[in-house]
Ligand binder design. Structure first.
Ligand code: GLP
Length: 256
């Protein structure tokens, strides 16, 4: 794989043409945390972006008994969940995580933490933040990026919330995620999501952005300006972000 690593300010940029190879490299960063931390705390995301990374992590785990042992001590935290979908709903992020990662690695079931989108949401948010405080912050957090620059379900707006909260989804996001539901109308209008503060507390952040549809969001996120109108731009403030992308973007931050 041809990969160009440019250290620009605090963002490490890994560019290549093969998203599977980039995803394997990202999976290697998670494997490294699993191998080195006594009680590894891993932050996970959903959507199409991390799918190849999860497949690679499952493959690396199957081939390595030390990784299998490490998973037994690990805790996993997810960014978000739709309001109103129960864990057994195949469209829920719970179901996504079981199908794409957790059913294939030996993590204890009670070490799997995903926000609860049913029942009393305020209680669910506080409980999630308490758990994050108690066990976290994650040693490493993977993120995708929405076309409007959202991370988790922290949508663009006049302000951003720091802690886990209930977010109203924008029409853009509901349209973008309609492929999993049939039509935009069927996409829940709200979600429980970790806040920006929760995300930025992770020790290392891995952002995966593949395909031309992510190009503009990447340019904005690393333009050198920080704005709540592009939540991913706050990643520029984090001390350890690695971006894996197959897009030939040259955000201002990289040019400087
Ligand atoms: C959803 C998730 C985000 C994800 C984004 C991008 O809205 N809440 O965490 O990053 O979609 O999804 P994809 O990777 O499918 O493009």
């Amino acid at each position: 794989m041809q990969s160009l690593v440019t250290s620009c300010g605090k963002v490490r940029w890994v560019h290549g043409h093969d998203s599977a190879a980039l995803s394997r490299e990202a999976a290697g960063m998670f494997a490294e945390v699993l191998r080195t931390e006594e009680q590894p705390v891993l932050g996970f995301a959903t959507g199409a972006s991390p799918l190849q990374m999860y497949a690679a992590l499952v493959e690396q785990t199957a081939a390595d008994p030390a990784l299998q042992a490490a998973w037994r001590r690990a805790h996993g935290f997810n960014l978000d969940e739709y309001v109103g979908l129960s864990p057994s709903d195949p469209r829920s992020y719970h179901a996504y995580m079981m199908a794409n990662l957790y059913n294939h690695v030996p993590i204890p079931r009670h070490h799997i933490h995903i926000p609860d989108g049913t029942g009393d949401l305020e209680v669910a948010c506080r409980r999630y933040d308490d758990l994050l405080t108690q066990l976290g912050p994650p040693h490493i957090q993977v993120l995708g990026i929405g076309r409007n620059g959202h991370i988790g379900f922290n949508e663009p707006g006049d302000s951003l919330e720091l802690r886990t909260h209930v977010a109203d989804l924008t029409e853009t996001t509901r349209r973008q995620n309609a492929r999993y539901f049939g039509s935009p109308d069927e996409v829940p209008s709200r979600a429980v999501t970790m806040g920006i503060g929760d995300i930025l507390r992770a020790r290392r952040i891995v952002l995966l952005a593949f395909g031309a549809s992510k190009r503009e969001a990447l340019e904005r996120a690393f333009s050198g300006e920080v704005s709540t109108r592009c939540p991913a731009s706050l990643l520029q403030l984090h001390p350890s972000v690695t971006v894996f992308t197959d897009q030939d973007v040259r955000p201002a931050l990289l040019r400087g």
